[in-house]
Ligand binder design. Structure first.
Ligand SMILES: [Zn+2]
Length: 317
């Protein structure tokens, strides 16, 4: 269990006006989608259908939080790397926090390696967890099993890319795209759009998007590999890939560029559903019929926790 929160790194992110972010996204997303609309709106109630998040909004104090990283999984797993979201919230000085994002599930609780779709509200010791877990079934097949972590389980393992907010109402960016004409996925398209308009700055974004129609290529990690995984090729052979169906709700973060001394994973979204599918989002596989609807807010700060001392560039797709 990781407990040393004395060495948290942090930076202020560049926080453009929502209008400037809107302009950047409207322009850049048109390189990838045939129909694009980006608006500044009052956040709808994200705790209701179809998003089903643990809080209504993404407002208040916001931050992008990266914990651990792929070097703790690859080439060999470090089983000591287990973190508690409650400890992190406390360590960065917050009392209450709405946490969404992508990470690895708490293997000591689940019994094996798993994907985590973080979706939890923490207020001191009070927890409302709608965090979904996707793992391979224990029957030896590659069928997946999706469950929700109880309020008593707020741990995760190895790595996570999280968006922290107060879960309250605010203005947010509403991003609606249909029909993909480019090769980038929805998240990469947003990231490139922000990078193009703010080339020398680092803009951080977190939120949720709905894959409203179509299908997506997603992976679920099987249990830890017994042999070391030494390349992206070996990693991709080990991962299990699935074609998952809309509606899928994805949560996570992106930063418009890396901050080299923080060694960031620049984008990471996991999605869940109410029809038994969840996993790590790669790309929709139905460009003609795909439709995305997302609500996003900007991060004010970035926190980097337990940055791996030895790093590599693979396992970040
Ligand atoms: Zn992932």
């Amino acid at each position: 269990m990781f407990t040393d929160y004395s060495k948290i790194l942090s930076r202020d992110l560049h926080v453009p006006s929502l209008e400037d972010a809107q302009k950047a996204l409207s322009k850049g997303l048109k390189n990838v989608f045939a129909e694009v609309s980006v608006d500044i709106v009052d956040c709808p109630d994200l705790s209701a259908e179809p998003f089903n998040l643990a809080c209504k909004g993404l407002g208040g104090t916001t931050s992008v939080v990266e914990v651990g990283g792929p070097p703790y999984l690859l080439p060999k797993v470090d089983r000591q790397k287990v973190y508690d979201v409650k400890d992190i919230v406390k360590a960065i000085g917050l009392q209450q926090c709405f946490v969404i994002g992508a990470g690895a599930g708490p293997w000591p609780f689940i019994g094996k390696n798993a994907e985590m779709v973080a979706n939890v509200y923490i207020d001191g010791n009070n927890v409302k967890s709608l965090t979904h877990i996707a793992k391979l079934k224990d029957d030896g097949t590659n069928n997946i099993e999706v469950s929700v972590l109880p309020n008593t389980e707020t741990r995760f393992a190895l790595l996570a890319n999280l968006f922290f907010s107060e879960g309250v109402q605010s203005k947010v960016l509403k991003v609606h795209c249909k029909k993909r004409t480019g090769s980038d996925n929805f998240v990469t398209a947003m990231r490139n759009a922000l990078h193009d308009d703010f080339p020398d700055k680092v803009v951080g974004v977190g939120g949720a998007f709905l894959l409203k129609s179509g299908k997506a290529l997603q992976h679920v990690m099987p249990d830890f590999s017994k042999s070391p995984l030494n390349s992206d090729e070996e990693l991709n052979k080990w991962l299990e890939f699935y074609s998952m169906s809309a509606p899928l709700v994805a949560v996570g973060t992106l930063v418009s560029s890396d901050i080299p001394e923080l060694d960031l994973r620049v984008q990471h979204f996991h999605s869940f559903s109410s029809h038994g599918e969840a996993g790590h989002y790669h790309q929709d596989t139905t460009p003609n019929e795909v439709e995305y609807l997302g609500y996003f807010n900007l991060g004010q700060k970035i926190y980097r926790i337990d940055k791996p001392p030895l790093t590599h560039s693979w396992g970040r797709d």
